[in-house]
Design a protein around this ligand. Structure first.
Ligand code: MSP
Length: 668
């Protein structure tokens, strides 16, 4: 019999910043589900990836002074690295800039055109760059984007449209006839309710930006991000190859609640237009909050999953997210909850059970797994508590992973109770009874290892190695009297962590662009002397007046400024950079300049005085010294001829710091 297949996908993430813990959460849930189905003996394909086109990426790349492809290449790697550190074992990683993806998106677009459900018209809408989405007046809150709470732009442009309305009846019928198509149930109701209103046609192309897939027959248009992004689920399994035919339709699209509409309405309509079968389930998970608040850069509470793993390892993070966030609901992440769960349920409950059992087998039976003797009532009771793997599998097939985790830990606790009830350390005189108790413990540990492997895979592997038995499949997770072998010495599986103080517990917060800026101490300086560097063609040696002191710096400006253009000029100096010898001459700081398309212009703190501070509102200049590596982490650019960092202007008390360059210059 060929193996049953199971195809699961996550949303593909926007690589416009480094991954945060919300991204990690979705990948961890998907990985647990995928690993479970693998252990159930199914042929699993698990797809994840990055969604790389669109105006927002184009703009963020420009602000970072990088070509968009280079920008997404670098960040996409961070998402892969996150998966690898979390033990997320995907089978495919799709990037929407991959050739095979572009081909697939175009193919689907053409199919829809051939069906007559795409036409050219004029788009008028209220657009939020942050969401990459259009809103109607009634979606806005106080006239602003409901998510980003900032003004939207009124946009009018030629656009191609997809006749979403043509699929409305079929969609409603499909959702009504397939109770598992949208999960959880509450989301299904919400979508069905929204479908009572007539569907507006969907704008599927743009002329206002370039970073996207050009339309086959009208190259001034690029495909609007969602049409492009959603087709990743087909290209990710090499549409239209044999592999695609094997895995499609997807069994599960696991996505966050914010993008349910795109997956439950727009995506199925696109598939209908392409005459392709619909996915079996779109599962909409909840969102993580941090201490009850939504994560956001401006609140400075974005948690970096990579830092969490560096501090605690991947399994404690996987565990707390799978254990504490109820399937389908929002949940909170905190470092202290992670520490509590780790200490109580991983270290004390599971780690201790392994440790105690292996120590006793080593001590009393020289490591040999003893023979199972006559079973008593207490033994049979424990055996009766072993969860039925088929029942757990049934729960998993219905995406009730929280219940599965809960039942497994109840079972682990039951095993600990058995140790306390049977007190094996008091049975030294009765070798058969002691052997039977220890046999039961090892046999239950063998079963536990199978059950916990999808949740805490790295620890499960170590457990299997310590117990000295190969990792089984789910069907092996039942009691037998025939297990034989030798256990190894126990090693600590889950180190305990001390609870931290409130301040220290910010250690997993991701630094924002302004944190790097906060390391700088920028000062206004006047150039009072310019000389040629004795040993380098491109360098000047400049004397600077900083009001209370004078300094000397070396600057690579000879190709860009004549001596008399620099003399007397006000500039911005990185005043706390560690002094360095540049071709034999000491440089006591660095002057800031922007570069765009080969043109270099210095930053101009107009109307300021030598010695004045240059900073961003709300940031106090750093008094300590920094290295060149610290400086290189700061990303500054230009906007409307002003120097900015993270969109905020650099200022002196006399006003913003100017740069005579177009937007998107790189400031160094
Ligand atoms: N690129 C689109 C998805 C296209 S799928 C064809 C996108 N990207 S995203 O990077 O903004 O979000 C990726 C996934 O992460 C989404 O499913 C989203 O719901 C999820 N999360 C974003 N923030 C989250 C939390 N705070 N908590 C949990 N999941 C979160 O949307």
């Amino acid at each position: 019999m060929p193996k049953e297949k199971f195809y699961i996908t996550t949303a593909i993430d926007y690589p416009n910043a480094r991954p945060h813990i919300g991204h990690a959460y979705e990948k961890i849930v998907a990985d647990m589900i995928a690993r479970w189905h693998k252990q159930a003996g199914r042929d699993v394909f698990f797809l994840t990836g990055t969604d790389e086109h669109g105006q927002k990426i184009e703009k963020t790349a420009k602000d970072a002074g990088k070509p968009p492809k280079q920008f997404v290449d670098e960040l996409s790697e961070e998402f892969k690295r996150m998966c690898s550190l979390l033990g997320v074992e995907y089978s495919g990683f799709i990037r929407t800039t991959d050739k095979k993806h572009v081909k697939t998106a175009l193919d689907l677009f053409q199919k829809a055109e051939q069906k007559g459900v795409i036409y050219r018209g004029e788009y008028r809408g209220l657009y939020c760059v942050g969401c990459e989405a259009f809103y109607t007046d009634k979606d806005l809150v106080d006239g602003q984007c409901p998510t980003h709470k900032r003004p939207v732009e009124e946009v009018k442009e030629e656009s191609y449209f997809f006749k979403l309305g043509a699929f409305q009846e079929r969609l409603i019928t499909h959702i009504e006839q397939h109770p598992h198509f949208i999960l959880p149930e509450a989301k299904r109701h919400e979508i069905l309710n929204r479908l009572k209103e007539p569907l507006r046609d969907l704008s599927v192309s743009r002329t206002s930006f370039k970073w996207g897939i050009p339309l086959p027959n009208d190259k001034k248009h690029v495909m609007y991000v969602w049409f492009d992004a959603l087709t990743n689920y087909l290209s990710g399994v090499s549409y239209p190859s044999a592999k695609f035919r094997k895995y499609w339709p997807a069994d599960c699209h696991l996505i966050g609640k914010d993008i349910a509409w795109f997956h439950c309405v727009i995506w199925p309509a696109i598939l209908m237009a392409g005459d392709l079968p619909l996915p079996r389930t779109v599962y909409c998970h909840g969102h993580l909050t941090i201490a009850g608040q939504k994560m956001s850069k401006s609140l400075g509470n974005v948690v970096d999953p990579i830092k969490v793993v560096e501090s605690y390892g991947s399994d404690p993070l996987r565990f707390v997210l799978l254990r504490d966030v109820p399937a389908g609901s929002d949940g909170d992440f905190s470092e202290s909850a992670l520490i509590d769960r780790n200490n109580a349920e991983l270290a004390d409950a599971l780690g201790n059970l392994v440790q105690r059992s292996l120590t006793l087998v080593n001590k009393n039976f020289q490591g040999n797994i003893p023979v199972c003797g006559k079973l008593t009532e207490v033994d049979n009771e424990l055996i009766a508590h072993i969860p039925d793997w088929k029942a757990l599998d049934d729960l998993m097939q219905n995406y009730r992973w929280s219940q599965v985790v809960d039942q497994i830990w109840q079972y682990i606790n039951r095993c600990n109770k058995y140790v306390n009830d049977t007190e094996p350390w008091k049975q030294a005189n009765d070798a058969e009874r002691l052997g039977t108790i220890l046999y039961l413990l090892i046999e239950n540990l063998r079963i536990i290892t199978i059950f916990v492997a999808p949740i805490i895979p790295k620890s499960a592997e170590k457990m299997a190695q310590q117990i000295g038995l190969p990792m089984g499949k789910l069907r092996d997770a039942k009691f037998t009297k025939k297990t034989k072998g030798r256990v190894n010495a126990p090693e600590v599986l889950f180190p305990k962590f001390a609870q931290k103080t409130a301040v220290a517990s910010e250690s997993v917060i991701m630094p924002g662009p302004l944190d790097a800026f906060g390391k700088l101490n920028l000062k206004v300086a006047r150039i009072i002397g310019v000389e040629l560097h004795p040993n380098a063609d491109k360098l000047y040696v400049l004397r600077l007046d900083l009001g209370k002191e004078q300094r000397q710096i070396v600057a690579g400006m000879r190709e860009h400024y004549k001596i008399d253009e620099l003399e007397g000029k006000l500039i911005v100096l990185v005043s706390n950079l560690k002094p360095a010898l540049l071709r034999g001459v000491e440089s006591q700081g660095m002057m800031l300049a922007g570069e765009k398309d080969g043109t270099v212009r210095v930053l101009e703190p107009r109307n300021a005085e030598p010695g004045d501070s240059v900073t961003i509102e709300g940031i106090v200049p750093n008094q300590g010294q920094i290295t060149i590596e610290d400086f290189q982490k700061v990303v500054m650019t230009t906007k409307n001829q002003v120097a900015v960092c993270d969109g905020k202007p650099l200022k002196t008390h006399a006003g913003p710091v100017g740069v005579e360059l177009g937007d998107g210059a790189k400031i160094r």
